[in-house]
Design a binder for this molecule. Structure first.
Ligand SMILES: NC(=O)c1ccc[n+]([C@@H]2O[C@H](COP(=O)([O-])OP(=O)(O)OC[C@H]3O[C@@H](n4cnc5c(N)ncnc54)[C@H](O)[C@@H]3O)[C@@H](O)[C@H]2O)c1
Ligand SMILES: N[C@@H](CCC=O)C(=O)O
Length: 543
């Protein structure tokens, strides 16, 4: 046993590599891309530290070359899902009782492993498996994942430090116990970092986890699981179960010991799960904590005082980086008529320069969308706009899935502020613009606020300070992450804690102290150093 009040190493945001021509990092990343392109990885189910192969084997492919198989994975079935719950529950006591500094050390070591020897592995797997360019992988599977781990430890430490006051002869303490059961983490395809944080954050707080990753991001998620093992994560603390969502819902979600659910993904999936939990509420040992960050219909609003070139650059990067597959991606924009000709010309010119293709070719700005279902859904939105009298396509509008799931960056202009593509999340490289008359500011702000069910991110552009003040107030409910003269993507841990409200989630701000606090059920302990012997009160001594 060691004694001390240990100081967590002060975290700072992980610096990013540029991968510019001639850099060492470009050379080593390219070598790792080549290596991973020449092998087929076998991904097992991992329960209690054991690698398990099942009879159902499926493939992970490159979205930008969908005939290229990157990995074969074993899919967990009912038996494995039940075994994963038992393994988690068996590991629970030892993990909860492990001194905090030892739990913390595991995640800090994992961060250092990703920052150093496994950076290329994680980035290459994210590029090949999720079709991210080098820079988009770097900000995700290196920088953000490392930040989630290092700052997560810091935030957990901050939670533990919140302690009650004590008076004479009494010492009050808060014991931050893990939840009464296990946590189920279900992660999306689009951020390797989110996949890592969903199981890691509850585990830092002493919880045991069953983790169901998205099957389209499995390669990078699997390497992360291996890194946690190398960093010393005890067996059974996080159990890795690639599986079908519906089966996880049926078996793991409804288990009486499911005490917390950590989710990122679509609003529809989260609503289905919430309903499922509600229907089972009497069966649980505790009230499960439900934390879900979900979809968005993120806006860019330009005021007449905005600078057109800055609006153009932010829209193009905000809408088309990672093929528009960020929950924060700009997918609707409102431009005043007085700026429209300049903004339109800029958007057409800049969008035409964006190259779409295989992410191993570093000249490409965009890769492919994630899979056939996504490609088909995006294609349908584009065709809907083509067929509508309320819309015109001014850039892109083409697609091709013969080699990879490629969709050209597409800009739709509509005359209807409630046009389908102004309202629904598309999750692809499709932006819709509504041009408003300068004297219709208030009506247009109402449309921004009410057009969609979401409230995730939004950006306003203006030079006039009174206008900034007004827009910030008028749109106060429209976004959980609000940007002034900046694109609506690219939130950083410790700088812009991330999450939205309304249909966009529970807004527990991933990568913040607010999120960590959801993974504990505190016990308050009062110790009396001078217990009383009195039973009656002094006022009773006389009538
Ligand atoms: N708000 C945020 O922070 C944030 C961040 C990233 C992604 N997202 C959102 O995620 C979505 C894109 O990710 P996706 O396509 O992976 O989302 P998705 O909802 O299709 O899938 C997310 C996860 O849920 C699983 N799943 C699907 N149906 C299920 C069910 N019935 N029961 C249990 N699990 C089920 C999937 O297999 C996957 O692991 C977008 O809507 C995007 O806006 C939000
Ligand atoms: N946090 C990321 C988005 C995560 C969702 O996909 C951003 O701010 O761009």
């Amino acid at each position: 046993m060691t004694n001390g009040i240990f100081k967590i190493p002060t975290p700072t945001n992980e610096p990013g590599n540029t991968y510019a021509p001639g850099t060492k990092e470009r050379e080593t990343l390219k070598a790792e891309l080549k290596r991973q392109s020449e092998i087929v990885v076998d991904i097992p189910v991992i329960i209690n530290g054991q690698n398990i192969k099942t009879d159902t084997v499926k493939q992970v492919v490159m979205p930008h070359a969908h005939q290229h198989v990157l990995a074969n994975y074993s899919e967990a079935g009912e038996k494995e899902l039940r075994d994963a719950i038992e393994a988690a529950m068996d590991a629970k006591e030892a993990w909860a009782n492990m001194p905090w500094e030892h739990r913390a050390a595991i995640f800090l070591k994992a961060a250092d492993l990703i920052s150093g020897p496994y950076r290329d592995v994680m980035n290459a797997a994210t590029m090949l498996g999720q079709s991210k360019t080098a820079i988009q992988a770097e900000i995700d599977s290196a920088q953000e994942l490392i930040d989630f781990l290092r700052f997560g430890v810091e935030y957990a430490n901050q939670v533990y430090a919140i302690q009650p006051a004590s008076m004479k002869n009494v010492w009050n303490r808060t014991d931050y116990r893990p939840l009464d059961g296990f946590v189920l983490a279900i992660s999306p395809f689009n951020f390797t970092a989110i996949g890592g944080n969903l199981p890691a954050a509850p585990a830092m707080m002493g919880n045991v986890v069953v983790w169901k990753p998205a099957t389209t991001s499995l390669l990078a998620n699997y390497y992360f699981m291996r890194i946690l093992e190398e960093a010393g994560l005890p067996k059974g603390v996080i159990n890795f179960v690639p599986s079908r969502g519906s089966q996880v819902s049926e078996i793991v979600l409804t288990d009486s010991r499911m005490a917390g659910f950590h989710f990122t993904g679509s609003t529809a999936t989260f609503q289905t799960i919430w309903k499922n939990v509600g229907e089972n509420i009497a069966n649980y040992i505790s009230y499960p904590r439900l934390v879900g960050e979900t979809g968005g219909k993120d806006f860019v609003f330009a005021h007449e005082s905005a600078q057109a070139d800055k609006v153009v650059a932010s829209i193009v990067r905000g809408a088309f980086e990672y093929q528009g597959q960020k929950c924060s991606a700009a997918s609707r924009a409102y431009i005043p008529a007085s700026l429209w000709e300049e903004v339109k010309a800029g958007l057409i010119e800049e969008t035409a320069k964006l190259k779409v293709g295989d992410v191993r070719d570093f000249r490409n700005f965009m890769g492919a969308v994630i899979d056939q279902a996504s490609f088909d859904s995006i294609k349908n939105y584009i065709e809907y706009a083509k067929a509508s009298e309320e819309a015109e396509i001014i850039a892109g509008g083409t697609y091709d899935d013969s080699v990879g799931y490629f969709v050209q960056p597409t800009i739709i202009v509509t005359t209807n502020p409630n046009f389908k593509t102004m309202v629904e999340e598309i999750f692809g490289p499709v932006l819709t613009i509504y041009v408003y008359e300068n004297d219709q500011l208030e009506e247009t702000l109402t449309a921004v606020d009410t057009a969609s069910m979401y409230a995730l991110t939004g950006a306003i552009f203006a030079q006039d300070r009174q206008a900034i003040l007004h827009l910030e107030e008028r749109l106060s409910g429209a976004a959980g992450n609000f940007y002034i003269n900046d694109k609506p993507t690219g939130a950083m841990i410790n700088q812009q804690p991330f999450g939205g409200s309304r249909g966009s989630g529970t807004n527990d701000k991933a990568g913040s102290v607010l999120n960590m606090i959801r993974w504990t059920t505190p016990r308050v302990i009062k110790e009396n150093f001078a217990p009383t012997t009195d039973i009656t009160y002094p006022f009773m001594d006389e009538e």
